[in-house]
Design a protein. Structure first.
Length: 308
């Protein structure tokens, strides 16, 4: 008890934040960059915290900084403290009312069909918040994610390699086969993958999560889709389908504005829909702003309903 009181009296919240950043990023340099501190300042904060605890907290293993046994225990305690502060901030914000601030959201192109609705509902709840939405392809989104240019990101299930992220599933993302309403398969039931593999496919560009999911499913059955045209946007694919250039696999959300009597229909294919999730994503170790945290919580509560 005496040692616990000693730590509580002498360890500062800033020291715990620095320690938490190093634990997550595995690097003093990266922690300094993320916290906008100099590396000597980071080292000094860790040295003071280590002296307070009385045991080594971090050790160098190759190029990576790792937690010692004492460091692991402190990390768990620090996470509890930060969660408690986060809950306190949200409660205080609720008492005050979240009256101002800004949210910068970047979403994958497929999310363009529902992201505006989510932002619209969020803005009704928090009318004083300025919101901006940037809709881009996967490669561009990953570049922005690496540079931490936005508050939060909406991404599909295929996560970028080499980037440590926090990812929270908040809504279903069904991938379905789409064809022209006049297509010979439009009214057929339980179409086999073997039959579908004969049809010309309009595909997204290499690296697309949907493209990877399609090839993975066909590969499980020893098949390869008849990939023909490659297009870089869902709207371009939809126009190509209407023009009779082939069929495609898209998120079901791409059909949300078409209506029941539109030019596109969902085919009844064995193995479909491919059930995936939409995720809220941000760099691991990043502390969300109060506005971003409010948006994250809003999506976790309302996202499934709004996307559906």
């Amino acid at each position: 008890m005496e040692k616990l009181e000693h730590i509580a009296r002498h360890a500062s919240l800033r020291q715990l934040q620095v320690f938490d950043a190093i634990a997550k990023l595995g690097s003093y340099t990266k922690a300094a960059e993320m916290l906008h501190l100099t590396q000597p300042t980071v080292s000094m904060q860790i040295r003071k915290l280590t002296d307070t605890v009385g045991l080594p907290l971090l050790e160098q293993v190759g190029r990576k900084t790792q937690l010692t046994e004492a460091g692991e225990e402190l990390y768990l305690a620090a996470r509890d403290i930060f969660r408690a502060f986060s809950r306190l901030e949200m409660k205080i914000a609720e008492m005050k009312g979240l009256k101002y601030g800004r949210l910068r959201l970047t979403a994958l192109t497929t999310a363009q069909y529902f992201a505006p609705s989510i932002l619209g509902e969020f803005s009704k709840r928090y009318p004083g918040i300025d919101v901006s939405l940037n809709v881009i392809n996967r490669e561009q989104l990953i570049e922005r994610l690496e540079r931490n240019e936005d508050d939060i990101y909406i991404l599909g299930q295929t996560f970028p390699q080499g980037i440590k992220i926090e990812a929270s599933p908040f809504a279903p993302n069904k991938l379905v086969v789409i064809a022209n309403s006049d297509h010979p398969l439009a009214n057929k039931k339980k179409i086999s993958l073997q039959e579908l593999a004969k049809e010309p496919f309009i595909m997204r560009e290499p690296g697309s999560g949907i493209r990877d999911a399609v090839f993975r499913l066909f590969g499980e059955y020893g098949l390869t889709p008849n990939a023909g045209i490659e297009l870089g946007s869902n709207e371009a694919i939809k126009h190509a389908i209407v023009a009779g250039l082939g069929i495609s696999v898209l998120s079901h959300t791409a059909l949300t504005l078409e209506g029941n009597k539109g030019p596109l229909v969902e085919l009844d294919v064995e193995g479909f829909p491919i059930r995936r999730q939409w995720y809220l994503v941000y760099p691991k170790g990043k502390e969300l702003s109060l506005v971003a945290q409010a948006f994250h919580d809003f999506c976790m509560q309302e996202g499934s309903r709004l996307v559906s």
